[in-house]
Write a protein that binds this ligand. Sequence first.
Ligand SMILES: [Zn+2]
Ligand SMILES: [Zn+2]
Length: 352
Amino acid sequence: MLAYRYWGDKVLRLEEIAVPVLGDGGALVKIKACSICGTDVRTYRFGSEKIDKGRVAGHEMVGVIQELAPGLPGDFKAGDVVSMAPAIGCGECRSCKKGHTNMCDHLTTMGFQYDGGFAEYSVFPKKSFLMGNVYKLPQVDDVVPFTLSEPLACVINAQSYVHIEAGEDVVIFGSGIIGCMHAELAQARGARVFIVEPAEERRRQVKGILNDVTFIAGGKEGAAPEILRLTGGKGADVAIIACSVGSAQSDGLQSLAKCGRLSLFGGLPGDGLGYLDSNRIHYYELGVFGVHASTPAQNKTAMELLHSGKIDARKFISKRFLLSEIETAFKEAAAGSILKAVVVMDKGKTGM
Ligand SMILES: [Zn+2]
Ligand SMILES: [Zn+2]
């Protein structure tokens, strides 16, 4: 079968390898689609220390169970169309016991410590069934949009900390797919949404996708003065930093109203020191929250939001590529010209 594997030092290669076997008693899954995550693009551009050498990359996948080891929990059977929360907790540590399996001390992730979804087949490990990471997808013609359950789950996780209420003002820095999904989820909660996006081309692209969002270009003095003006001097109730830019974190903090909440969604390259004004946090009673990955429950919630159409994944998927075209897919994703690229095993009737 074809598989896209990581060999360290920014080397990813499309190779012909053997179909995997059910080593540890999970399920053999025939992959239908796997979307390219920002994390994958980061590995492609800068490499990753966290990925085992020779690993099949990809973690946002959907597929069909081909073969199932006996004795797994849940009523799974061959033929079920499934997806999974790719970050698998140990179930034993303090974080796991509190339900924060994404914060597990011994976290293992598909595409990092297990072979992932950029391949014709993948094995969902036994642990992913035991920990409830695997879930069935609804019976619909096109399950490809459900690859977005995982990134949406991370968005849900971030917003679980900032408690957006109806009528609040939310400012999002960055208009990649994560920023866009944050915007729609905040709107679904009744918030008014602003997006700070310095790139004119991207602003134009996203304006056609999102409704009722006010776009701010930012500029040299940052977006904070404009956000204060647009909110009648109050500031935003919530700022979400959906990009990996330190100055956006500073800007986000300065944009906040009293008792505002800041979500640092995007990690920074390097050490991440020196961007937040602690006196501002102190005197304004601000809350600052981090976020990393997502839990199985959040992945299922995301899947339901996509299924109900509350979040319309289809409009965020810019392009579908065959596995044989994965190198082009990564090239285009890394160039930033498309919002979301999905690798599919066949393009079906639509031909897209
Ligand atoms: Zn992802
Ligand atoms: Zn754990």
